[in-house]
Design a protein around this ligand. Structure first.
Ligand code: NAI
Length: 258
């Protein structure tokens, strides 16, 4: 059997839904063994069952440092190594700077930034012992440009962008063989965007209109598909991208080219 990531061991957060789930499916198809993780135990176990063995599920809330250590330890105990980490777990709460609550801001920071930070450092401790690996962090176009109604989300995704570069440079300097890159999608058709569109439609009650507005904001005139993202993530996870680290990759139908 061959595949672009054949024989590699991948841990994916947020793998019960949307982009994380699509990455699990795509990386498995390309020959990796996947440890799916999510705070949603039921949906995560179901996603792993769809893939079948040797792929498995571990319940993990990314804000739980001890949980991270357990998940990485279990992965290494079962498979001998960890080669790929995809940090896809994330939350988005609508709110401009005047309406966003401090609680929402902290919640997004805890999951999108602190959880990802803990994950990277825990994975690096394992990866550096077995010759390296690839870390892929889900940021967003909202980590590159401002969006008025997403104050806390923009702040968290901007932090992911520069945290990824800092990690990339640290690992390069240390000679660990670990690469770290960030991915910046625009609106991808997932439950997260569906929920945000519902929130935006609350005033008018016109969900179809909101979706059309989102599509029109993108020069390619459509929402992204999860496979558009997993295509890039397989590339970053594979050795094809072996000279890439500290890069920020827009995947946005031209949104940030304007
Ligand atoms: P989604 O809502 O479909 O899936 C997110 C998954 O993360 C869910 O399964 C959820 O249970 C899990 N999760 C949430 N908090 C968690 C926690 N504390 N610990 C563990 N798991 C947790 O979202 P989607 O769209 O797949 O997003 C994935 C990533 O991509 C997120 O980081 C998001 O910010 C980012 N992104 C999404 C875009 C989109 O348009 N869908 C655009 C740009 C970035």
């Amino acid at each position: 059997m061959t595949g672009r990531v054949h024989g590699k061991i991948a841990l994916i957060t947020g793998a019960a839904s949307g982009i994380g789930k699509a990455c699990a499916t795509h990386l498995a198809r390309e020959g990796a063994t996947i440890v799916l993780t999510d705070r949603n135990g039921g949906a995560g176990a179901a996603a792993a069952a769809e893939l079948g063995l040797p792929h498995t599920f571990i319940e993990l809330d990314v804000t739980d440092e001890a949980g991270w250590v357990r998940a990485v330890d279990e992965t290494v105990a079962a498979h001998g190594r960890l080669d790929i980490l995809v940090n896809s777990a994330g939350i988005g709460v609508l709110g401009d700077v005047e309406r966003a609550t401090v609680d929402d801001f902290r919640r997004m920071y805890a999951v999108n930034v602190e959880g990802l930070f803990i994950g990277c450092r825990t994975a690096i401790a394992a990866m550096k012992k077995t010759g390296g690996g690839s870390i892929i962090n889900l940021s967003s176009v909202a980590g590159l440009i401002g969006v008025p109604d997403l104050a806390g989300y923009c702040a968290s995704k901007g932090a992911v962008r520069l945290l990824s570069k800092s990690i990339a440079l640290h690992c390069a300097r240390a000679g660990y063989g670990i690469r770290c890159n960030s991915v910046h999608p625009s609106f991808i058709d997932t439950p997260m965007v569906e929920a945000m569109a519902h929130g935006m439609a609350q005033a008018t009650g016109d969900l179809a209109k909101v979706r059309t507005q989102l599509e029109k904001a993108v020069p390619l005139r459509r929402l992204g598909h999860v496979d558009d993202v997993s295509n890039l993530i397989v590339y970053l996870a594979s050795d094809e991208s072996r000279f890439m680290t500290g890069a920020e990759l827009s995947l946005d139908g031209g949104l940030t080219a304007q």
